[in-house]
Design a protein around this ligand. Structure first.
Ligand SMILES: NC(=O)c1ccc[n+]([C@@H]2O[C@H](COP(=O)([O-])OP(=O)(O)OC[C@H]3O[C@@H](n4cnc5c(N)ncnc54)[C@H](OP(=O)(O)O)[C@@H]3O)[C@@H](O)[C@H]2O)c1
Length: 264
């Protein structure tokens, strides 16, 4: 079944941009879309070594408007368009401890990284999609946008919640012109960013990373499946959502969290 599905080349001829495509969830998405036949462009601040041989790599810090503009120029020069835009890049690299630890600078960074980078990229790449009357935009959000933890995700959760609202409004605006916009909200995924997040929390709490992992799962209300996701599992959902199989899906927020969010 797995091989049958993965041999499907239904993204052949499509050009996909995956931001933050060198590590974690972004890398898994880039690989999955390429497997389905898409030509994949990835971005990150640091050169990813061998991965760059597999996909088309552009170095960019997308929290900076000038780097977004440079990326868009490169794309229009070398590819002419993007059919699938996966705004994956995002981060929670802000100090925990609640409102008093977060400065204006932290808030600005949280919004630049988790919201405005996507807003700017969408604004630059959408006109071509609207012109060709097709295209898919994915916003990788987080369950933190729906289930904030004041001690450790205040600015990040607020920025992801804003991303959810922006994504929904954009989907309504462009749906009549043939462009789909979908949000994906992953729960805990085993990535470098998650490892660093857990290590920092464990250090400040004076416990081991394993204890911190259990404590975090309890703090968010439990993960019924009892484990974090492999980024490949999240990538599989994104692949489905950008594929022609999802042609009637837009404006939704897909939660993929092992059963964590305690809502129906
Ligand atoms: N991991 C989780 O449990 C989890 C849960 C929910 C949501 N998410 C969301 O999923 C997305 C990916 O997270 P991840 O855990 O896979 O992260 P990750 O492992 O840290 O990878 C992040 C990627 O983004 C790049 N990046 C970081 N800052 C950047 C910037 N300013 N400009 C351009 N590229 C940048 C990184 O490369 P460089 O460092 O070289 O730039 C890397 O390619 C994020 O939006 C995150 O909020 C993750």
């Amino acid at each position: 079944m797995e091989n049958e599905q993965n041999s499907n080349k239904d993204l052949e001829g499509k050009i996909a941009l995956v931001t933050g495509g060198t590590k974690g969830i972004g890398k898994a998405i880039a690989d999955r879309l390429a497997e389905a036949g898409a030509k994949v462009i990835i971005t990150a601040r640091n050169h990813p070594g061998e991965i760059a041989l597999k996909h088309h790599f552009f170095a960019a810090d997308l929290s900076k408007p000038a780097d977004v503009a440079a990326l868009v120029n490169e794309i229009s020069e070398h590819f002419g368009r993007v059919d699938i835009l996966v705004n994956n890049m995002g981060a929670n690299t802000f100090p925990g401890g609640g409102f008093s630890t977060l400065t204006d600078e932290h808030w600005d960074q949280a919004l630049q990284i988790n919201l405005l980078s996507s807003v700017r990229l969408d604004r630059a790449l959408l006109p071509k999609m609207l012109e060709q009357k097709s295209g898919v935009i994915i916003h990788i959000s987080s369950t933190s946008g729906l289930l904030p933890i004041w001690e450790s995700t205040m600015a990040y959760s607020a920025a992801k919640a804003a991303l959810n609202g922006y994504s929904k409004t954009l989907s309504s605006e462009v749906a009549p012109q043939g462009v789909r916009v979908v949000t994906v909200s992953p729960g805990l995924n085993k990535t470098d960013a998650m490892a660093t997040f857990l290590a920092d929390l464990a250090k400040s709490a004076g416990i081991t990373v394993e204890q911190m992992t259990r404590s975090l799962m309890e703090r968010i209300g439990g993960v019924p499946m009892g484990r974090m996701a492999d980024p490949i599992e999240t990538a599989e959902l994104v692949y489905f959502l950008v594929s022609p199989k999802a042609s009637y899906i837009t404006g939704a927020n897909y939660i993929i969290d092992g059963g964590n969010l305690p809502v129906v």
